[in-house]
Design a protein around this ligand. Sequence first.
Ligand SMILES: Cc1cc2nc3c(=O)[nH]c(=O)nc-3n(C[C@H](O)[C@H](O)[C@H](O)COP(=O)(O)O)c2cc1C
Length: 243
Amino acid sequence: MKNIFVYIGSQGGESSNTLRFTNLILDRVLELTGKNVNINMYHPQNSHIKRCLGCTSCFNTGKCHLEGEDDLNKIKEKMLASDFIILGTPIYGANISGDMKIFFDRITYWMHLMRLAGKPAMALTTSTGNGVQFTLNYLNTAMSFLGLKTVEKFNANIFSPRQLDDDDFMKEEIDKYSQIIFEYLTGKKEVKSDDSLELIFSSMKKNIKMYESCPNYEFEFWKDNELFNKSTFQHLIESIPKQ
Ligand SMILES: Cc1cc2nc3c(=O)[nH]c(=O)nc-3n(C[C@H](O)[C@H](O)[C@H](O)COP(=O)(O)O)c2cc1C
């Protein structure tokens, strides 16, 4: 069975707009797949992610000093086992929420490894319409560094204009995004590299190679996983066995 991983960076719990928006899409995906998909949904109400200590241990050793003290290990396992990833956040102060940033901070070391290479992903936000492009672009950038291909990114306004509560407007959006997820889950659509993924891959390769004389965790990961041998990110994606 295919797996969808979701992280929603909202404190709103069941009343979160972002969770509601995401669930509308996921309900439709469940219909399209005949419920033949696992959804692993995490948010600050059902999981705990501690703030990064800033010690840089993860970059050098692959180990975090907070390991085992919160739910991040389980969340990382679910991400690695997923076939599609959705990251959703309310827009706060014209950017992602603090909870979403804590999530990214704790997996920043994966950005040097492009650890989620080849997985399709979607970025969702809800807001009152301020700072939307900046936030969606930021999400796209962070996701690309993780190796994710952002196949769609979308904001639903809660008012001015009122989109989230406009059933006609939402139906069209929900149909569109659920169909895209369905096509990636069933293999009708396949992830393709793009200019920004290629740029991140080539500059990261050059930077990590500099550790050759005193190999650290990142260098060993690139070597063990034969990332240095891949001429392009597209080449890397094509070499990943299908789950
Ligand atoms: C502290 C705070 C800051 C916010 N900042 C913005 C903002 O900069 N731009 C915007 O469009 N909406 C902003 N909003 C509105 C939220 O993005 C909006 O209500 C969102 O749908 C909340 O999502 P949630 O219910 O999933 O937490 C802010 C809300 C709060 C509570």
